[in-house]
Design a protein around this ligand. Structure first.
Ligand code: EPU
Length: 451
């Protein structure tokens, strides 16, 4: 048996119920925030995903005790004995995730220095971290880049500052928050990202004793305090995973109840889902998404920062759009290379043409730079099973959706990547009636040779 390849026998609707837990894009950051406290923190609703394991390992290397609590999905993080970690040990985490960059501020506050390994994360664009280092410099840190990673030093307490981000970056906003809370004086951040996961991180920090106010115009004001305590927090649910399952229901003509999904952080997605022709019903426990029969409708879609249509929803929705009647137009404005995954969909029978022009009205940084960041999806297309190599997390889940919607069998390579952000996805697929199997190693070798 091989763990990294999945055979998907498509053509059946996904039907049933799955449970989602805390957001991948909040939980690891709330774990980093625990470093700032004097006492232990208790984080609930933690999913069993790779990014959580990576951050847990890095925290432990820095002397933080991390153990599971009595409740399922509960972590207790005790930073009472934070200490420097061995660079070689930290370096073993190089390339595993993007979260290590967020250790900078907390480690500078606790230890006066930090070493950050080479970052990982999905290959969906250049993904620079220039904003992060620029804001850390503004707080008073000195930064030295070495081939094996980045060294940061703060010879005195970091100082609050005025920052205007060139783009409302999620990570850079989190960097500012995690640094400003213990910096001396006031920090004013303009053009901040305001994604629900950021607001939840602000809630975590406020519970620890931080003073943070969120303005109406992407401005965040942080008044630094001398000390923070631990927190008890239940992570907000993963709206990105919820939308992935919603798109799986739509593309396979299925019906999925996503227990744990919430309306407010998904409002923009729900509007789009309805425009495409999907149906949903919201109750106190979750959201049911289904294909109501009849034709799906083509739409014009632009991704954007919150409260716009989240870029992470784009890839799964594009698979559903291959089943809509007419021409859908997609303009990706957050990442320059998040449409490359469509080549494999075309090989399965989809009709998706990529363009470097901005096919939409939102000002975008990529139009003049020749990136293929717009798409026209012509549908409906009959998809047939194919040979798929997973390119990135959301693209990977989207390939699973395409394979499930297709006729025949698909061989999906690189499924381990999906474990970075989708908890127990294979069990969930089986619960929804998907016909999937892990092939014997010999079969995979044969498939690869003939691919
Ligand atoms: N950017 C810069 N310089 C920087 C930082 C960002 O130019 O220093 C640019 C990026 O290249 C990109 C844009 O700003 O074009 C937005 O990047 P952002 O910093 O907002 O993204 P991130 O913090 O690296 C998080 C999520 C992503 C999600 C984005 C946007 C995590 C771990 N990752 O990334 O999630 O797409 O925000 O909402 O929180 C995913 O879950 O699959 C995923 C990729």
């Amino acid at each position: 048996m091989t763990d990294d390849v999945l055979l998907v026998h498509g053509g059946n609707p996904l039907e049933g119920e799955i449970q989602i837990r805390g957001a991948k894009n909040l939980v690891p950051k709330a774990m980093v925030a625990a470093l700032l406290g004097q006492g232990p923190s208790r984080l609930r609703n933690v999913p069993d995903i790779r990014d959580v394991k990576v951050v847990r390992g890095l925290l432990q290397l820095h002397g933080v005790t991390v153990r599971t609590g009595d409740e399922d999905g509960e972590l207790i993080l005790d930073p009472s004995h934070v200490e420097s970690a061995n660079v070689a040990d930290i370096d073993a985490h190089a390339g595993s995730s993007r979260i290590p960059i967020l250790f900078c501020g907390p480690l500078l506050h606790r230890l006066g220095h930090a070493f950050i390994p080479g970052l990982g994360g999905c290959d969906i664009g250049g993904r620079p971290v220039d904003f992060h280092f620029e804001v850390l410099r503004q707080f008073g840190a000195t930064i030295e880049k070495h081939p094996q990673g980045t060294y940061l030093v703060a010879t005195q307490r970091l100082r609050g500052t005025k920052i205007e981000l060139p783009y409302p970056s999620v990570g850079a906003t989190e960097q500012v928050l995690l640094t400003a809370v213990l910096a001396e004086g006031v920090t004013e951040l303009r053009n901040a990202a305001i994604e629900p996961e950021i607001v939840d991180l602000i809630c975590v920090l406020q519970k620890m004793g931080a003073i943070i106010s969120l303005g109406t115009d992407r401005t965040i004001l942080v008044t630094g305090v001398d000390e923070l305590d631990g927190y008890t927090h239940r992570a907000l649910p993963d709206r990105l995973e919820a939308a992935s399952w919603a798109c799986a229901a739509l593309a396979t003509k299925g019906d999925i109840y996503v227990r744990g999904a919430e309306q407010i952080p998904m409002m923009t997605f729900l509007n789009t889902f309805r425009k495409v022709g999907g149906a949903y019903e919201i109750d106190d426990e979750g959201i049911r998404f289904w294909h109501p029969g009849g034709e799906l409708k083509a739409i014009a879609l632009e991704t954007d920062v919150h409260p716009g249509f989240q870029t992470d929803w784009q890839q799964p929705l594009v698979v559903a759009l291959t089943q809509a009647t007419g021409l859908s137009i997609v303009h990706e404005t957050v990442y320059e290379s998040r449409l490359g995954f469509t080549g494999a969909l075309n090989q399965m029978g989809a009709h998706i043409q990529l363009y470097s022009e901005c096919l939409g009205g939102t000002p975008c940084r990529f139009g003049a730079r020749n990136f293929m960041h717009s798409a026209v999806v012509s549908g409906p297309s009959k998809l047939v099973g194919g040979e798929l190599v997973i390119p990135d997390l959301r693209g990977g889940f989207s390939y699973l959706i395409a394979a499930l919607a297709a006729e025949g069998t698909s061989t999906v390579h690189g499924i381990d990547l999906i474990n970075r952000g989708y908890e127990n996805f294979m069990d969930k697929l089986r619960d929804l009636g998907a016909h999937i199997e892990l092939p014997a190693a010999a079969e995979v070798a044969e498939v690869q040779l003939t691919a």
